[in-house]
Design a protein around this ligand. Structure first.
Ligand SMILES: Nc1nc2c(ncn2[C@@H]2O[C@@H]3COP(=O)(O)O[C@H]4[C@@H](O)[C@H](n5cnc6c(=O)[nH]c(N)nc65)O[C@@H]4COP(=O)(O)O[C@H]3[C@H]2O)c(=O)[nH]1
Length: 447
C-alpha cells in the first residue's frame, strides 16, 4: 500500500517536473504546446476563433540585475498569478522561460473582428493588472509588459507559425514604446522576411567585399575644395544599388556595422594615402561616418591608430563624423574616446546638428572641430523663417565655441548665398557635387 502511494507521489512529481514550470507552477512549453494543439483542433471543429498572446515583461533584466534573481523570481510569481486572474478557466496561461509568458484564449467568437475586440479587452486588462505595484519583500516595484497577439482559426497556421507571429507582434509592441498590445498582420511578416534576407545578403557583402566608397566634395567660402565626405555604397548583385539609409540601420542593429565600419575606415585611410602622393590632393581632409556601436567598441581608438599607422597618413586629414543622437547615452564615455583620438590628431565633426538635444553645456566639453548643419534646415531655408533662425543660431553657437560650420544638402545658389552671408564656413551638397566614385571625383576635382 505504502509502495503504491509513494509510486503515485513519484509519478505526480515527474508529471509536475515534465509539464510545469517549477517556479510559477504554470504549464511549461511542453504542456503549452500540447494545449495549443488541442485549441487549434477544437477551433477547426467549432469554427470558433481563438487567440495566442505572447507576453514579455519590459526591462525585466534591469530588475534582476539591480535587485537580484530572488527578487526577480518573486515578481515572476506574482505576474503569473495576475495573468491567471485575467483569463477564463478554459484558457491557458503558460511560462515559456525567463520573463516570457503565453496565453491562449479559446472559443472567442465565430467572427474574426469580434474575436479581435474580445482579445483586445483581455490584453488591456493584462496590461493594467501587470502594471499595478508589486511588493517584493519590502521593495515596492512597478513593471509593464508588451503583448503580441496572433488570432487563429481552423488549422490554417501551424503552432510554430502562430508562436512566431505572436512573437513578431510582441516586438512590434516593444517598438511602439512598450506597455502596449499589437496584433500580428501579414505586412509585418513580409517586412521581417525582407529584413532576414537583407541581413543574410549583408553578411555575404562583407565576405565578398561588395561595398564601394563614394566621395562628395566639400568647399570653403572661396569655392576651394577642402576635402570630401566618404559615403558607402552597396551595389547589390541582384537588387542594384541599395541606399545606406536602408542597410546602415540594420547593420547597426545586428552589429554588422563593426566589420563594415572597419572596412570604411581602412578604405578611407588607403585613399588618404593615395591623395598624399599628389600635390593637388595632399591637403584634402576626408570625413568618415562613425556609428555609435563602432565608437564604443573597446578597441576603437587602437583600430583608428593602427589604420593611420598602417597607411602612414597625417591624422589631421582624417575627420570622424559622429551624430548628435550618439551623445544621448554615455556622454562621458564618448568624450573620453574622442579626447584620446584628438590627442593623436584626429578631427571630429558633429553630424545632423540641430536635430537632437545637444546642450551648450556638453558641446563645450566635446573635442569637436566642426558642426554640420543638418540638410533638413538647409532645404527650406528660403521659405521657412524658423529654419533660418535655427541656422543663424547654430552658426553663432559654433562661432562662440571656435568651431567650423559645414552645411550639408546645399542644392541651390540661393541656399549657399544665405549660408555664406550668415557666416557658414563650409559647404556640401548637390549644387557643388554629388557623391561620386573615386575616378569621377578626381576628374571633377581637376576640372
Ligand atoms: N537631398 C540631398 N541629399 C544630399 C545632398 N548632398 C548630400 N546628400 C546626401 O545626404 C547624406 C549625407 O550623409 P549623412 O548625413 O552622413 O547620412 C548618411 C550616413 O548617416 C549613413 N552613411 C553613409 N555612409 C556611411 C558609412 O560609411 N558609415 C556609416 N556608419 N554611416 C554611413 O547613411 C546616410 C545616408 O547616406 P547617403 O544616402 O549617401 O546620403 C548622404 C548624401 O548622399 C543634397 O544636396 N541633397
Amino acid at each position: 500500500m505504502a509502495d503504491i502511494t509513494s509510486n503515485k507521489a513519484a509519478a505526480k512529481e515527474i508529471e509536475v517536473l515534465a509539464f510545469y514550470d517549477p517556479l510559477t507552477l504554470l504549464p511549461n512549453r511542453r504542456l503549452f504546446t500540447d494545449r495549443l494543439n488541442h485549441a487549434l483542433a477544437s477551433s477547426a471543429r467549432s469554427q470558433n476563433k481563438g487567440a495566442l498572446l505572447f507576453i514579455d515583461l519590459d526591462n525585466f533584466k534591469n530588475l534582476n540585475d539591480s535587485l537580484g534573481h530572488a527578487v526577480g523570481d518573486m515578481l515572476l510569481l506574482q505576474v503569473a498569478e495576475r495573468l491567471n486572474n485575467c483569463v477564463r478557466e478554459g484558457d491557458t496561461v503558460a511560462r515559456l522561460g525567463g520573463d516570457e509568458f503565453v496565453v491562449t484564449l479559446e472559443d472567442l467568437s465565430l467572427q474574426l473582428d469580434e474575436a479581435a475586440s474580445k482579445t483586445k479587452l483581455i490584453g488591456e486588462k493584462i496590461l493594467h493588472q501587470v502594471s499595478q505595484p508589486y511588493n517584493l519583500g519590502g521593495h515596492e516595484h512597478q513593471i509593464t509588459c508588451s503583448i503580441g497577439v496572433a488570432l487563429f482559426h481552423h488549422h490554417e497556421q501551424s503552432q510554430d507559425e502562430l508562436l512566431k507571429q505572436a512573437d513578431i507582434a510582441m516586438y512590434q509592441a516593444k517598438k511602439v514604446g512598450r506597455n502596449a498590445i499589437c496584433f500580428f498582420d501579414p505586412g509585418m511578416q513580409t517586412s521581417i522576411n525582407a529584413r532576414v534576407e537583407l541581413e543574410r545578403d549583408l553578411n555575404i557583402a562583407i565576405n565578398e567585399q561588395q561595398f564601394e566608397l563614394f566621395y562628395q566634395i566639400q568647399l570653403d567660402i572661396h569655392g576651394q575644395a577642402i576635402g570630401a565626405e566618404a559615403l558607402i555604397r552597396w551595389p547589390h548583385p541582384e537588387l542594384g544599388l541599395i541606399s545606406p539609409a536602408k542597410f546602415i540601420p540594420l547593420a547597426e542593429e545586428t552589429d554588422l556595422i563593426i566589420p563594415i565600419g572597419s572596412w570604411v575606415l581602412d578604405t578611407a585611410c588607403a585613399q588618404l594615402k593615395q591623395w598624399q602622393k599628389d600635390t593637388s590632393t595632399q591637403g584634402l581632409v576626408l570625413s568618415v561616418n562613425v556609428s555609435a556601436k563602432q565608437l564604443h567598441q573597446v578597441d576603437f581608438t587602437s583600430t583608428v591608430q593602427n589604420t593611420i599607422n598602417k597607411y602612414a597618413i597625417n591624422p589631421n586629414l582624417l575627420k570622424l563624423e559622429i551624430t548628435e543622437s550618439m551623445l544621448l547615452n554615455s556622454i562621458e564615455d564618448t568624450i573620453n574616446i574622442m579626447s584620446r583620438l584628438q590627442t593623436i590628431g584626429v578631427r571630429f565633426s558633429l553630424d545632423d546638428f540641430g536635430t537632437g538635444y545637444s546642450s551648450l553645456q556638453y558641446l563645450k566639453r566635446l573635442p569637436l572641430n566642426q558642426l554640420k548643419i543638418d540638410q533638413s534646415f538647409v532645404r527650406d531655408i528660403t521659405v521657412d523663417e524658423s529654419n533660418r533662425v535655427i541656422i543663424r543660431t547654430i552658426i553663432a553657437m559654433a562661432q562662440s565655441l571656435g568651431l567650423e560650420t559645414i552645411a550639408e544638402g546645399v542644392e541651390t545658389e540661393a541656399q549657399r548665398t544665405y549660408l555664406l552671408t550668415n557666416g557658414c564656413t563650409h559647404f556640401q551638397g548637390y549644387l557643388l557635387g554629388k557623391p561620386l566614385p573615386i575616378h569621377d571625383f578626381e576628374s571633377a576635382l581637376k576640372s
